[in-house]
Design a protein around this ligand. Structure first.
Ligand SMILES: Nc1ncnc2c1ncn2[C@@H]1O[C@H](COP(=O)(O)OP(=O)(O)OP(=O)(O)O)[C@@H](O)[C@H]1O
Ligand SMILES: [Mg+2]
Length: 265
């Protein structure tokens, strides 16, 4: 068995001793090259779980390992440089150009100017923003989807083996979102980077993830492939959640059938 890229062992987080824990006894493993979606309703503990991985939040119990190493033994600043992250609301620096935004972590790591410059061009090309056009623009001179792609390029800048993404596609219109999702999957596969992606959208999880972790009220209810969740949901909550994408596609299919037969009723 390869060493997991990230593992959580009985991890809990209580923000206050008199409140129920926001995350309770969660254990999971992210294998190298895998995309794991953390799915669940608002307040179910997704962001808390994600932020504990790179120590933006410290757990109250349990052990988190990155490449087999206990994260409490790693300097949090170094840890955050080694795992790329793109969080909703943590946008690009508005006063820095696209290139400078992507360069932040490589600069902190002391890469040479030439290596950084090459990396910027390589990544912007990868996310389909030709460097000659976009490198020197400011974030406000980009569309929302383009900004999101720069955020993704920035998360990948220092060649991390794992990245954490919190609702990265949430703010996009449906068509841009579809394009960016497709690009994300292609990029992720070509780089073989391991990803934990938080989303409340089960359809997105089914489309993007190898395995889905369903959280509810701070607990991990089920972890499995989309197929496993569909075939054997652990409880009613999971069953309801995983049924949503299927209901949507069934509905659209029935609409298509109706219009194909020419009937409007
Ligand atoms: N800094 C904090 N102090 C106290 N409670 C917090 C803090 N951050 C989050 N919580 C609480 O912990 C629980 C889980 O929050 P979390 O942000 O992890 O949820 P989430 O699943 O990411 O939700 P959403 O989908 O709305 O982003 C919530 O009840 C929230 O109110
Ligand atoms: Mg959240």
């Amino acid at each position: 068995m390869p060493v997991p890229a990230i593992s959580l062992e009985n991890v809990s987080k209580a923000y206050a001793p008199d409140k129920p824990p926001a995350v309770r006894d969660v254990s999971l493993e992210l294998m190298p090259g895998e995309v794991l979606a953390l799915v669940g309703g608002s307040g179910s503990g997704k962001t808390t779980t994600l932020k504990m991985i790179n120590r933006l939040i410290e757990p109250t119990a349990g052990t988190i390992r990155v490449q087999g190493e206990d994260v409490t033994a790693i300097d949090p600043v170094l840890l955050r440089r080694s795992i790329g992250y793109a969080f909703q609301g943590v946008g690009l620096f508005p006063h820095l150009t696209v290139g400078a935004n992507v360069a932040i972590t490589p600069q902190l790591l002391g890469w040479s100017a030439e290596r950084i410059s090459q990396r910027i061009d390589e990544l912007l090309t990868l996310v389909d923003l030709p460097p000659e056009t976009y490198r020197d623009r400011l974030p406000r001179e980009l569309s929302g989807g383009q900004q999101q792609r720069v955020g993704f390029a920035r998360a990948l800048a220092a060649e991390p083996r794992a990245i954490l993404m919190d609702e990265p596609f949430g703010a996009l219109d449906p068509i841009t979102r579809d394009t960016v999702q497709t690009e994300f999957r292609q990029l992720q596969q070509s780089l073989a980077v391991s990803v934990v992606i938080v989303t409340h959208d089960m359809t997105e999880a089914v489309l993007l993830a190898d395995r889905i972790a369903v959280m509810h009220e701070g607990e991990l209810r089920q972890l499995g492939t989309p197929r496993e969740l569909l075939r054997q949901p652990a409880d009613d909550y999971v069953a309801q959640l995983i049924e949503t994408p299927r209901r949507h596609s069934d509905f659209i299919e029935s609409l298509m059938k109706n219009s194909a037969s020419g009937g409007s009723q």
